[in-house]
Design a protein around this ligand. Structure first.
Ligand SMILES: Nc1ncnc2c1ncn2[C@@H]1O[C@H](COP(=O)(O)OP(=O)(O)OP(=O)(O)O)[C@@H](O)[C@H]1O
Ligand SMILES: [Mg+2]
Length: 320
């Protein structure tokens, strides 16, 4: 196992109180495994991804455990985290325009990244490494002399992938890496990511709105709802025999396997306010199978035919 989150809690501090964006998540990832993370907007996917790198606002509360290989990240300070970011965990964001420094030449971007972890590295050695990884993502090495704003959106995303890979991390987190691109470029970037993941034998957390993409690319899928993982299963199982009512409705709601196009008539209502989430199951207010217990007691995670599901339907409750 290369990654493990245990009862992970990530709360944003606000004037109104704590926003419980991630509220007790358990997830482990093996070497080379791809995990898809899906769920409606605001359920905590990006918070989870960014918490792994600890790049959230300084006042954010972290609880539980977060381990990469055998290193516990929760107690680490900023200096210690800097050694882990990029080196052990790479990140690919949704919008490379805001995350790639546009006033830095591409070669300099790579040099700065490499220097953080290998202070001795020469500019020449850095250029060599940069050329190699740019080739991998299909960019001519000569273009490292250019600035990122001179690239098209798809090209910028390729640069971002190269930058995430240059230090050969064990785990890469890709947060909606293709959302801002057109459909054809999206597919190219996803294929590239998939190939490189295999070649570098790294693990991948893929956050996406596109259930079709995760079903194809991921070994297992986690469905998030209001700060919880409500279902975790091998991709095919989740896709063809969903267990949690939310997953079932989510799959039903998707005309083109794209969560952005949700036809929400199947899931009336809206997700709860994470400042004051419901006491019992967080999905209960919208759940067609809701019973008494659901509103008063949070369900634990049940193991049903290898699927992990956080729902009282599987709790063998006699008295509803
Ligand atoms: N800096 C912040 N301060 C307070 N609350 C925040 C902050 N960032 C996010 N949140 C809240 O945390 C919750 C989870 O947000 P997050 O961005 O992780 O969701 P998401 O699943 O990535 O959504 P999307 O699919 O829209 O990207 C939301 O309720 C959001 O409003
Ligand atoms: Mg997000």
């Amino acid at each position: 196992m290369i990654f493990e989150a245990k009862d992970l809690k990530v709360y944003y501090k606000t004037k109104k109180g704590f926003v419980r964006a991630v509220d007790g998540i358990n997830l482990s990832i093996e070497k080379g495994e791809t995990v898809g993370l899906v769920g409606e907007s605001g359920c905590g996917k990006s918070t989870f991804g960014q918490a792994i790198l600890k790049i959230l606002p300084p006042a954010t509360f972290y609880g539980g455990s977060l381990k990469i290989e055998n290193t516990e990240l929760i107690g680490l300070n900023e200096n210690e985290m800097r050694k882990i970011r990029g080196k052990k965990i790479g990140m690919i964001f949704q919008d490379p325009m805001t995350s790639l420094n546009p006033v830095m030449k591409v070669e300099k971007l790579f040099f700065e990244t490499l220097k953080t972890h290998e202070p001795e590295i020469t500019e020449e050695a850095s250029r060599e490494r940069t050329a190699r990884v740019l080739e991998k993502v299909g960019i001519e090495p000569e273009r490292m002399k250019e600035y990122s704003f001179q690239f098209s959106g798809g090209m910028r995303q390729r640069v971002m992938i190269a930058l995430a890979l240059v230090l050969n991390p064990i785990l890469v987190i890709a947060d909606e890496p293709t959302t801002s691109l057109d459909v054809i470029v999206q597919a190219q970037i996803m294929n590239l990511l998939n190939e490189l993941r295999r070649e570098y034998d790294m693990s991948l957390i893929l956050i996406t709105h596109d259930l079709g993409v995760v079903a194809e690319m991921a070994d297992k899928i986690c469905v998030m709802y209001a700060g919880h993982i409500v279902e975790e299963a091998v991709s095919e199982k989740l896709y063809y025999s969903p267990k949690h009512p939310y997953t079932e409705l989510l799959l039903k709601s998707i005309p083109n396997t794209n969560i952005d196009d949700l036809d929400l008539k199947y899931i009336p209502g809206s997700p709860p306010d994470l400042l004051r989430p419901p006491v019992g199951c967080r999905f209960a207010p919208r759940c067609p199978y809701k019973k008494k217990i659901c509103e008063v007691k949070e369900p634990p995670i049940f193991n049903v035919d290898g699927t992990k599901v956080k729902c009282w339907l599987y709790g063998g409750v006699k008295e509803w």
